[in-house]
Write a protein that binds this ligand. Structure first.
Ligand code: 13P
Length: 254
């Protein structure tokens, strides 16, 4: 039997919006969501707004997640937030290893595996972000970079857990640049990621795992991206900040 992966559209607000605009946007998205049976929609909000945002989203299938956390349970980690704290304020998922965490904040690659493990233990759905920089693509190192990121991020994940783990492929050169990966580029890398999962965890895990594309996703390119075989959804940055651009993305024709 073939496993049908539910399309997953997520907005990553990054460090944007203020409290009242954030709550308005959640209300609008909530009002436009169906029963969640044919697609999964989630927002990754700034942590300080999570409690309010998840209160507004309550009673709807809208998922609410954080953009980062620390893998320890508690202790002397000034400025950090634990997985359990995120659960307490209503988050049900979390981004791990976003390229901005890796490159601006120099988060080590090997932290991602500890975070994925901790998220699963604390019942948060992890979205592991991977992707190569422009110079890595230009010097034909895309596969090597992705393999290193997948090796680290999924190191302690068991095959049956891939139902709860999502991988987001976000080429760094496509983030916030308006330059979206071509269908060929996205198809090639998504197939590579699924094959990696297949080799490491077997065919069932590879069939269950959802792989999102991220990087300049817009209302006018979502449909083409979603038609690519191994693209199961999108992680949307800039276009998730306004209802005018995010609603048409979540309402793409299947
Ligand atoms: P943009 O959609 O603004 O390119 O951002 C992509 C991204 O980083 C989502 O996590």
């Amino acid at each position: 039997m073939t496993f049908v992966r539910k399309p997953y559209i997520a907005g990553n607000w990054k460090m944007n919006l203020d409290r009242s605009r954030a709550l308005d946007l959640i209300k609008t998205i909530k009002g436009r969501l169906g029963d969640g049976s044919d697609r999964e929609v989630a927002i990754f909000a700034p942590s300080v707004y999570l409690a309010d945002v998840s209160a507004v989203a309550q009673g709807s299938p809208l998922g609410i997640g954080a953009q980062n956390f620390h893998f320890e349970d508690d202790g002397a980690f000034t400025g950090e937030i634990s997985a359990r704290m995120l659960r307490e304020v209503g988050a049900d998922r979390v981004l791990i290893g976003h390229s901005e965490r890796r490159h601006i904040f120099r988060e080590p690659n090997d932290w991602t595996g500890r975070k994925v493990r901790k998220a699963l233990e604390e019942a948060l759905l992890p979205v592991l972000c991977v992707g190569e920089k422009l110079e890595e693509r230009q010097s034909n190192r895309t596969d090597r970079v992705l393999r290193r990121q997948l090796d680290a991020g999924l190191t302690d994940v068991k095959p049956d857990e891939m139902l709860r783990v999502t991988v987001a492929y976000e080429p760094v050169w496509a983030i916030g640049t308006g330059e979206v990966a071509t269908p060929e580029q996205a198809a090639e890398v998504h197939a590579f990621i699924r094959k990696w999962i297949h080799n490491r965890m077997g065919g069932e895990a590879a069939q269950m795992a959802r792989i999102l594309y991220g990087g300049s996703v817009m209302p006018d390119n979502i449909r083409g991206l979603m038609q690519i075989e191994d693209v199961d959804g999108a992680l949307v940055g800039g276009a998730s900040l306004k209802a005018d651009t995010f609603i048409p993305i979540i309402e793409f024709d299947q």
